[in-house]
Design a binder for this molecule. Structure first.
Ligand code: APR
Length: 241
């Protein structure tokens, strides 16, 4: 059997699939990833992007943070639509075969495709709040802001996105560990698996059917029952549901 046929068999035989994904799931929707061949982190900036996307930079240089965040993170997602990878995963959940999508992405494309149980390890650009009064906002005031987004109370509106130096949400962690530990099939796609604690959650998988679908090799390939070096959308698009 070839790799796609093996993946098809695994999916047919599974009832508690978990998908664990990253920025590579959204590149076929036109959103750059970070470390891939033409990823965001390979472009030249005044500061290292992982410095800009950190809590200390956000607090000390909010104007420069929001300039980068707006230009490189928010604007590219505005016209992006879910691709076949997002849609296939939503279908698998609707069929009762997939229990959770665990994503490092903050673009909301899984929910737009119809996925219900999406565990967003790094938060979402669509959830924002005032740091002074706590007022919650959607993306509107952030995407339309010229500079630092401000609340009616005068406070700064910040995205509910996990910046470097910030902890992940405890509830999301608990749900992620539970879903992965109960999975019979864990499909990992479109992630370099280089950022922790996110990548470490894979170690809670107890099954023997880890599948990695990624353009580049990853450090988990050696533990996988099946690895496919290909485009996640093209691969999942070949699965018969
Ligand atoms: N199909 C499969 N794999 C792809 C595709 C695709 N269409 N496009 C890109 N890839 C692969 C790249 O080869 C790369 O290995 O997806 C991976 C994306 O890796 P990263 O850019 O490192 O993204 P990710 O793993 O999600 O980064 C994790 O880093 O900066 C932080 O918070 C940010 O959530 C992000 C975290």
């Amino acid at each position: 059997m070839n790799a796609i046929q093996t993946l098809q068999q695994y999916i047919d035989e599974s009832r508690r699939i978990v998908f664990f994904g990253g920025a590579g799931v959204s590149t076929e929707s036109g959103i750059k990833d970070f470390r891939g061949v033409d990823g965001l982190y390979h472009l030249k900036y005044k500061y290292n992007p992982e410095t800009i996307l950190s809590r200390s930079f956000f607090l000390s240089r909010p104007d420069e943070f929001f300039e980068f965040y707006q230009d490189k993170i928010v604007q590219p997602t505005l016209n992006a639509a879910p691709n076949i990878a997002h849609k296939t995963l939503a279908k698998l959940e609707a069929m009762g075969k997939l229990t959770a999508v665990v994503t490092q992405n903050i673009d909301g494309l899984h929910q737009m495709a119809g996925s219900k149980n999406v565990l967003e390890l790094h938060g979402s650009i669509h959830r924002n709040y005032c740091m002074k009064c706590g007022q919650k906002y959607d993306l509107e005031p952030v995407k339309n802001a010229d500079g630092i987004p401000k609340c009616q109370c005068g406070g700064t509106i910040r995205p509910e996105v996990v910046l470097y130096e910030e902890p992940l949400d405890e509830t999301v962690i608990t749900k992620t560990v539970q879903a992965i530990s109960e999975a019979d099939l864990l499909i990992v796609g479109g992630t370099s698996l280089t950022v922790y604690p996110a990548a470490g959650f894979l170690d809670f998988y107890n099954g023997n059917r880890l599948v990695v679908i990624n353009l580049d090799n990853t450090s988990y390939d050696s533990k996988a029952a099946l690895t496919i070096n290909g485009k996640i959308g093209e691969v999942l698009g070949q699965i018969t549901l």
